[in-house]
Write a protein that binds this ligand. Structure first.
Ligand code: NAD
Length: 518
């Protein structure tokens, strides 16, 4: 192990020699398949992780249930106080955990630290919520009756997460689930197990100090089989899945077939629309970040750029200039803006999309290949790909190229005549996660956010497609799935709702005036 990797791991108490336990249910264990965590920058093996065996999965599920039976009775504000301690413990390791994200996932330093900050922020939010997960009193039509809508803890929440946000997505779920009084069992991406182990280690310590069973925040590493065990288990009341449309479709079906609850946060195919009156000085850097941030591997990355014909040429010229100044680098180096893509699979996805663009005679304005060895940082692994701007020949939104999320830094552009056309293109894809309009004209804003506007879950104005804050509910429509995470009313999915009608009168009248007297 390189000394740099060893320092990051040991700062987070992850063993730097031998095999690492990848299961936590109150005790650390792991006797299933061994998986290697690879550094996307250098290709070095960071650790070998012992994932969950089928038996350990079974036990972890049972322990989560048991832990819930206890945690369920801990008062909300007390849960909030423990969450506050978790927040403090995470914040104390913000830099180290951020560095581990850069090391294992490959995103740049500021984005790695930002991910930990997002977990800290949502903990703050959920600490407040722990005193505000209120029900309602509803007016009854019957005298001497009250109707209450009461939220109670739900049970066990299974969190299945993707590689690209190896910490924050769990944070969104764990915080709300914990404040709501549930036990949470996490199955992270098989390629980012160390981030999950580090986070779970930090949280487990806080739970232990508070005499709360560790299985309130359990962990099972593994791949598809572990994911399936959680999806199929009747012990899991809510499955919160973040990942591809393909897997999301399977997970959604399985959970619904047993009448479980499911949140699906799936792929995005997000467009930015630039009007002729836009402030290009703001729009260009934002599109640049949207397309290149996390090397194009955010669910909210800008993948489609629609430019009004009056500004298209100038916009593209200026964007190309910014692209040409970009240099790939080690994500742990503070100055780097472009790190590697996460894996060899991600490189394949990129190369396949580039081939398609070339085969269909697209104009490539920037990028279009992997970086040559000489241009990539020393000791690189080959996961460095050139961010690409393309003008596909076809503007037909039903073309595969426009319809599919390509999880790589490729930006496809087209020129439109009026806002109506741009909105039609924006909405003509199966996905509906994020969208962004650049304009100074209030009439465009009204159209864009109204009934004839963008059909995505995130509808921004003069703000890029990526980089959401935790305060609003996050999620998409159409094939991006359904349900919301993080802020807004998202917490309402993590509780069990009961409508309770209480009669405190001396008569028992029926609703709607139904007369059933004997
Ligand atoms: P993926 O679908 O390959 O994997 C996601 C998770 O599902 C992993 O933990 C994986 O092990 C597990 N899994 C795989 N097969 C399974 C099965 N049959 N049953 C249950 N679980 C199974 O996704 P990925 O490649 O890790 O992530 C990239 C995708 O995630 C992109 O499409 C991206 O847009 C999406 N994403 C969406 C959001 C959002 O909030 N909408 C956020 C981040 C990522």
């Amino acid at each position: 192990l390189s000394s740099r990797a060893a320092n990051i791991l040991s700062a987070l108490d992850i063993p730097t020699a031998g095999e690492v336990h990848g299961v936590y249910d109150g005790e650390w264990k792991g006797s299933g398949d061994l998986v290697s965590s690879l550094c996307p920058t250098t290709g070095e093996v960071l650790a070998r992780v012992k994932t969950a065996s089928p038996e350990e999965l079974h036990t972890a599920l049972a322990k989560s249930r048991e832990a819930f039976e206890l945690f369920n009775n801990v008062p909300g504000p007390r849960r909030g106080e423990i969450l506050r301690q978790i927040r403090e413990a995470l914040a104390a390791k913000r830099t180290e955990l951020g560095a581990l994200i850069s090391l294992e996932m490959g995103k740049i330093r500021t984005e790695g630290t930002g991910e930990v900050q997002e977990f800290v922020d949502i903990c703050d939010y959920a600490v407040g919520l722990s005193r505000m997960m209120n029900g309602r009193v509803v007016a009854s039509e019957r005298p001497g009756h009250s109707i209450l809508e009461v939220p109670n803890p739900l049970g066990v929440v299974g969190v299945l997460s993707a590689f690209n946000f190896p910490v924050a997505v769990y944070g969104w779920n764990l915080s709300l689930s914990f404040a709501a009084g549930n036990a949470t069992l996490w199955k992270p991406s098989p390629t980012t197990p160390l981030c999950a182990i580090a986070v779970t280690t930090i949280i487990a310590r806080v739970l232990e100090q508070n005499d709360i069973p560790g299985a309130v925040a359990g962990l099972v590493t593994g791949g598809k089989d572990a994911g399936e065990a959680i999806t199929e288990s009747r012990d899991v009341d809510l499955v919160s899945f973040t990942g591809s449309e393909h897997v999301g479709r399977i997970v959604g079906r399985t959970v619904q077939s047993r009448f479980g609850k499911v949140i699906l946060e799936l792929g995005g195919n997000n467009a930015a629309v630039v009007m002729p009156d836009a402030d290009l000085g703001m729009a260009i850097p934002s599109v640049f970040f949207g397309a290149i941030g996390t090397a194009g591997q955010r669910c909210t990355s800008t993948r489609r750029l629609y430019l009004h014909k009056n500004i298209a040429e100038e916009f593209l010229e200026r964007l190309q200039k910014v692209y040409s100044a970009l240099k790939p680098g080690d994500p742990l180096d503070e100055a780097t803006l472009l790190g590697p893509v996460h894996s060899a699979t991600a490189v394949d996805i990129y190369e396949k999309a580039i081939r398609y663009l070339q085969d269909t005679d697209a104009q490539i304005l920037a990028g279009g290949a992997r970086y040559a060895a000489a241009d990539a940082p020393a000791g690189h692994q080959g996961n460095f790909v050139q961010p690409t701007i393309a003008i596909p020949k076809s503007v037909d939104p039903s073309d595969t190229l426009w319809q599919t999320e390509c999880f790589a830094p490729i930006l496809n552009c087209a020129v439109f005549d009026d806002l109506e056309e741009a909105i039609q293109w924006n909405n003509a894809v199966p996905q509906g996660l994020s969208s962004s309009l650049w304009t100074r004209d209030i009439r465009n804003v009204g159209t864009w956010i109204g009934p004839n506007g963008s059909d995505a879950g995130i509808v921004n104005v003069n703000v890029g497609t990526s980089g959401a804050e935790i305060g609003a509910a996050f999620g998409g429509n159409k094939s991006t799935g359904w349900g919301r995470e993080s802020g807004g009313d998202a917490w309402k999915q993590y509780v069990r709702w009961s409508a309770c009608t209480i009669n405190f009168s001396d008569a028992a009248p029926l609703a709607q005036g139904v007369d059933f007297s004997v």
